[in-house]
Ligand binder design. Structure first.
Ligand SMILES: [Zn+2]
Length: 308
């Protein structure tokens, strides 16, 4: 059975970072697991094309884009990225942004889509940080707005880390509602305000998390009607995560996904999944969490088809 929506993937998403805490091989592992686990077929996947510079420049400053493309970031700027600079990195980031644009376009057609990459929510207009070079989700939203495909977008960010880049980029934009649910005492230490921030104390588990998220999603959708949702579906609220301090189980994370998708479905808003973070001690756990997010979208899309 083919999926009722498209998955965007490119083998060049893998940065081959080796022993780094950021497991960039996860994109390939998620792809393989979807394909070999009988969740998706070859024809469900579309390749990403790199974003155009004009797309990136709707979000990032010309000076920053020039430094990225010419390899002239300062040593401090590279340290802030926390991943090694290379031409392959830049290619992968432009591809991820192109992947999120394409996922947005396909979601507007099919109701759902996923970029098996992206979710680089710490990237800011004039710098990158925390493994995030350019903000693929913001690039995609600005492109869809520029094409007049949408006016209003919502970003639902459930990565364990606050979406500081998203908040900074859309701070003055009433057409983009940004929601971030994250661990308060964690990176980034400066958290510019999102439209709605949910600051969680350390160690929150499934039940409290889901109750809190549900209550805030209800408020968010009462206040704002998006024409598309970008779901930044970080795997790092997981209790075994090395960079997270929340205590969600895999089952709790699957409920989180189902909850977000239920709001999208009931509000008849297309939804785009991006993967974002995930640093479980066992990389296969991170992969399993990301795969479960795709399965949740499949289940939600199927529900919609039969009118539930
Ligand atoms: Zn994260």
């Amino acid at each position: 059975m083919a999926l009722p929506f498209k998955l965007i993937y490119d083998e060049r998403y893998d940065l081959n970072l080796g022993d780094h805490v950021f497991p960039s091989q996860k994109y390939r592992l998620v792809y393989e697991r979807l394909l070999h686990g009988n969740i998706a077929e070859d024809r469900d996947f579309l390749s990403a094309q790199p974003a155009k510079d004009e797309d990136v420049l709707r979000v990032h400053t010309p000076d920053y884009v020039r430094k990225l493309k010419t390899g002239s970031l300062s040593r401090a700027e590279i340290l802030q990225l926390e991943i090694p600079y290379s031409q392959e990195l830049i290619e992968a980031c432009w591809l991820a942004a192109g992947g999120s644009i394409l996922a947005g376009q396909k979601a507007l057609r099919d109701g759902w889509s996923a970029n098996i990459g992206g979710g680089f929510h710490h990237a800011c207009p004039d710098h990158g940080e925390g493994f995030c070079v350019i903000h693929d989700v913001a690039v995609a939203i600005r492109r869809l707005q520029s094409d007049k495909a949408i006016e209003r977008a919502m970003v639902i960010d459930t990565d364990v880390h606050h979406g500081n880049g998203t908040a900074a980029i859309f701070a003055a934009d009433k057409n983009v509602f940004t929601l971030s649910i994250h661990q308060l005492h964690n990176y980034p230490f400066v958290k510019p305000p999102s439209t709605m921030d949910i600051n969680l104390p350390d160690g929150v588990g499934d039940e409290d998390y889901l109750t809190t998220l549900d209550a805030h999603l209800r408020k968010a959708f009462a206040a704002f009607t998006p024409q598309i949702i970008f779901y930044v579906a970080g795997a790092d609220p997981y209790r075994e995560d090395q960079l997270g301090g929340l205590a969600l189980t895999m089952q709790g994370l699957a409920h989180r996904d189902a909850l977000v998708m239920d709001y999208a479905r009931k509000n008849e808003s297309p939804l785009v999944i991006t993967l974002a973070g995930g640093y479980a001690r066992r990389v296969e756990d991170t992969v399993a969490i990301h795969v479960a997010t795709i399965v949740a979208a499949r289940d939600a899309a199927t529900k919609k088809a039969v009118g539930n």
